[in-house]
Design a protein around this ligand. Structure first.
Ligand SMILES: Cc1ncc(COP(=O)(O)O)c(C=O)c1O
Length: 461
């Protein structure tokens, strides 16, 4: 069919004829380029090796393979490198190898999670993997979930469903309760939902960074006096700055008493729930209506990889279903563009599935345990006389010199971050309750005890 239209010299798409030798050569070359970049981190550290990236735009005629590979190399050399053991700033661990392969396969498949007819196997895979997770955390047979591109979108999917479920979808008096340490994505959610920032009610935290239950009760009473309608309470399972876990049991009891949707933002800590690692406060999560789990943040599933799990799938269907008039449906199979905000969506689930199949439960547990071991080692050995330490049961530690004046935290943290990066350690400096802190995130599997010792030595200097 129309073979004369195909010019052999310029094959731009995979061919349905023959063995695609050209594509194989290019993939091999791309793999080699990527692997060379990984190993360059050894002497160059986590920050870009170069600072000379030229963002070339498309030209009149397409560019040669040689041009493109040289630009790919330059792009890589000008990128943050998460595989370096000193990469400890954020929730961006090194990529898991089978997850990289999953991304490649997903790109080649180019299937679309919008609809079953565009992604038959992957639709079933996403449905099954969400149900597997839901079961693991203790939800019943009505449960399930949906993948989304990141924790922010998973949280948004949950809150839209919660508001709809409460019959408050268009009510401007509807409010959301979160702790003062909850992630900034909830500010975005509130804006996207057409609400004012005053509709985001912040509950105080205790000295461990957990939602204060007395303050929660007071705020609930205040809301009813002011005729504000609560569509959800969010409990954070792992806060961004110190990895604290809100008291889920107490919050879930309050939600049951008052018939309020409980959403757990488990973007950081949720994945621990599928293991037997004893994490203080990680219980009763099956009492929630929804929970975000974001495996990209700790076990190395390549970005983006986030799941929203719900205790009852009908809440997502009732909220997002439009009928999708231009798509054919198959009986008893939900088109997955109809249970969340996103329409067209890549088969991101493949890299999660392959990553988890490769690791098995023991591998997941090994990675997570190692992050806690690194955190414990850091806390055990950091000078307690010098630093105030803010940490919870997870793998994140924020710290600041004792008696540092609030206004000096900016300069001190900036100077220290610059000093550390010269020694190939990348830490972050979150602003938290008015002052800056240094933060280490111990989710990097390549970081060994000797690296942490070196980091502590530099901090002590
Ligand atoms: C607790 C928490 N929730 C949600 C998010 C948002 O996740 P994402 O950046 O994947 O949208 C983050 C990001 O760090 C987070 O720390």
């Amino acid at each position: 069919m129309a073979e004369d239209l195909i010019n052999d010299k310029d094959i731009y798409f995979p061919s349905y004829l023959g063995t695609n030798d050209k594509l194989i050569t290019l993939l091999n070359r791309a793999s080699q380029t990527l692997c060379d970049w990984f190993s360059k981190a050894d002497k160059n550290g986590p920050l870009p090796f170069d600072e000379n990236f030229n963002c070339f735009m498309p030209s009149e005629d397409g560019n040669s393979e040689e041009d493109l590979f040289s630009e790919i190399e330059s792009l890589l050399n000008n990128s943050f490198n998460p595989v370096h053991p000193g990469s400890l700033a954020h929730l961006d661990p090194p990529p898991l190898i089978f997850s990289i392969l999953g991304d490649l396969i997903a790109a080649g498949l180019n299937n679309n999670l919008l609809a079953y007819e565009l992604s038959p196997s992957v639709t079933l895979l996403e449905d099954s993997l969400c149900k597997w997770f839901a079961k693991k955390i203790g939800f019943n047979y009505l449960s399930g979930g949906i993948a989304a591109s990141g924790g922010t979108l998973s949280n948004l999917n949950a809150l839209i469903a919660a508001r709809n479920n409460a019959g408050l979808a268009t009510n401007p008096n509807s409010v959301l309760l979160v702790s003062e340490d909850a992630h900034s994505s909830f500010v975005k959610c509130i804006r996207v939902m057409g609400l004012d920032t005053t509709n985001l009610v912040r509950i105080k935290t205790d000295n461990q960074g957990r939602m204060d239950i007395n303050d929660l009760r007071k705020s609930l009473d205040k809301c009813s006096i002011e005729n504000k309608k609560i569509f959800a309470i969010v409990a954070t399972l792992g806060t961004t700055v110190r990895g604290a876990i809100d008291p889920i049991k107490e919050i879930s009891e309050i939600c049951k008493e008052r018939n309020i949707w409980l959403h757990i933002d488990g973007s950081i800590g949720g994945i621990f729930a599928v293991t037997s690692i004893p994490i203080k406060g990680l219980n009763n999560i099956n009492q929630a209506n929804s929970i975000t789990i974001n495996p990209q943040k700790i076990i190395g599933i390549t970005k983006t990889s986030s799941l929203l799990l719900v205790s009852n799938m009908s809440t997502l269907e009732n909220t997002f279903n439009t009928g999708l008039p231009y798509i054919t449906s198959k009986e008893n199979i939900i088109n997955r563009g109809e249970i969340g905000i996103q329409g067209s969506r890549p088969a991101e689930i493949i890299k999660l599935w392959l990553g988890l199949r490769f690791l098995g439960l023991n591998g997941i547990e090994n990675i997570l345990r190692s992050s806690i071991t690194r955190k414990d080692f850091f806390i055990k050995n950091i000078s307690k006389n010098k630093f105030d330490i803010y940490s919870g049961p997870l793998h994140i530690v924020s710290f600041i010199p004792k008696k540092l004046e609030q206004e000096d935290s900016d300069t001190w943290t900036q100077t220290k971050v610059n000093e550390l990066i010269k020694n190939n350690f990348m830490l972050s400096r979150p602003k938290f309750k008015g002052r800056y802190f240094l933060r280490v995130v111990m989710g990097n599997y390549n970081t060994k005890e000797s690296h942490i010792e070196e980091l502590l030595r530099l901090l002590d200097a």
